[in-house]
Design a protein around this ligand. Structure first.
Ligand code: NAI
Ligand code: COI
Ligand code: MG
Length: 365
């Protein structure tokens, strides 16, 4: 009997529902054409959950997320919720689900599809063949550290506080993920922090060094995070795996996105302990500037689904099918607006979805 794969879909806000609709069509196609059984549920997260329930992540939604094999999330946030308290903002819902499921390892692969080599803002020779894995610590650091808040001082002046904090065990577990991955790739880890000015950065460097002793075949290089940002746009192919904290990983992965042509291309997997939960999400946000226009690029979400197929559902062939279909569509010249190039055909979100499904049909034989 075939196994049932349970998946909770959380489209979220802005372009979230638009891009998720295309991922959903791919899941339905896989169920119809590859004999797979999915148990799909859908719920609210972010601003839409706040509007419905007064909180960006309802307890019932979190409970569902704990039960399923994987969560596929679109994006949260938008100007509508700017005045809402931080603990009820859409983004707080995303942080909460990551934290509650203990999804400490965020894998953000920045790969340049060959047909998009000219779509990058960098010279083609810098990005052709690019394949970097950013491993971002996801449930610690300054997004979660205490104390935090905005206080009014006796002088009447206001003071904003956030705290960067990491412990040995938090650094060790993310470093192990990075070294394990590097061992299966090109054997190099670059650890990025700011140990020149931050004690938490010094601890990070020292503890990554400790973990590296378990991996004699993996080269470890330390790099200050600001230099890492610069090197990513100067000579990105020098990197294999970059391991870094929550804040720097957030920034460096947006930088890396542009090497691939667009933020709309970058998928991610948020993983916890073995056998625990997993969440798959594009790297980009809710893109309020283009929401509702039907022009968003669904590929980051579709590739996030492919990561779920590969890492959680152990459906490597289906993951290849999705990724090869994306490559074939790009090869054929279709582009959403964000990756548009001269001489190519500009298409909408749903036409991109149609094209990927057509290629899957063809590749499926
Ligand atoms: N994982 C998540 O849910 C994230 C949520 N956010 C939230 O999203 C909201 C907007 O944030 P921004 O700083 O504008 O970042 P963003 O990632 O939403 O957008 C940045 C730029 O990239 C473009 N873009 C992003 N995704 C795209 C796609 N799939 N196709 C085509 N173009 C795309 C947007 O149009 C915009 O010009 C904020 O509320 C922010 O907090 C931001 C990042 C991640
Ligand atoms: C809520 C933010 C931390 C989301 C974000 O920018 C990200 O995870 O990349
Ligand atoms: Mg980000």
């Amino acid at each position: 009997m075939s196994k049932t794969h349970s998946l909770l879909i959380l489209p979220g806000d802005g372009i979230g529902p638009e891009i998720m609709a295309q991922a959903r069509r791919i899941i339905d196609w896989l169920a119809d054409n590859r004999g797979l059984e999915f148990d799909i549920s859908e719920d609210l997260v972010g601003g839409c959950a706040y509007d419905a329930h007064g909180v960006p992540l309802a307890d019932e939604t979190l409970a569902k997320a704990r039960e399923v094999d994987a969560v596929l999330l679109g994006a949260v946030g938008g100007p509508k919720w700017t005045g809402v308290d931080y603990d009820r903002r859409p983004e707080a819902g995303l942080l909460k689900i990551r934290k509650e499921l203990e999804l400490f390892a965020n894998l953000r692969p920045a790969m340049c599809f060959e047909p998009l080599v000219d779509a990058s803002s960098l010279k083609p020779e810098l990005v052709s063949g690019l394949d970097i894995m950013i491993v971002r610590e996801l449930v610690g650091g300054i997004y979660f550290g205490e104390p935090r808040g905005i206080e009014t001082l006796p002088s009447g002046e206001r003071r904003g506080v956030n705290t960067q904090v990491y412990t040995t065990s938090e650094i060790h577990r993310i470093a192990h993920v990075a070294f394990d991955l590097a061992g299966k790739r090109r054997g190099k880890v670059t650890s990025a922090e700011k140990c020149n000015v931050m004690e938490s950065g010094l601890l990070w460097r020292e503890e990554v060094e400790v973990v590296s002793k378990d991996y004699p075949n993996v080269e470890l290089e330390h790099m200050l995070a600001d230099n890492c940002g610069m090197q990513l746009v100067r000579a990105p192919k020098q990197f294999d795996v970059i391991v870094t904290d929550n804040l720097f990983g957030d920034l460096l992965s947006d930088v890396a996105a542009m090497l691939t042509g667009s933020l709309g291309m970058l998928p991610s997997a948020s993983l916890g302990v073995k056998g625990g939960g997993a969440m798959y999400e594009p790297v980009h946000g809710s893109a309020p500037d283009i929401a509702g226009q039907g022009i968003a690029n669904p590929i980051a979400t579709i590739l996030s689904l492919a990561m779920a197929l590969r890492y959680t559902f152990e459906l490597g062939e289906e993951a290849d099918l999705v990724e090869n279909a994306v490559n074939a569509v790009l090869e054929g010249g279709m582009r959403t607006a964000d990756i548009m190039q001269p001489g190519k055909a500009k298409v909408s979100t749903s036409v991109m979805g149609d094209a990927i499904l057509r290629e899957m049909e063809k590749l499926n034989g």
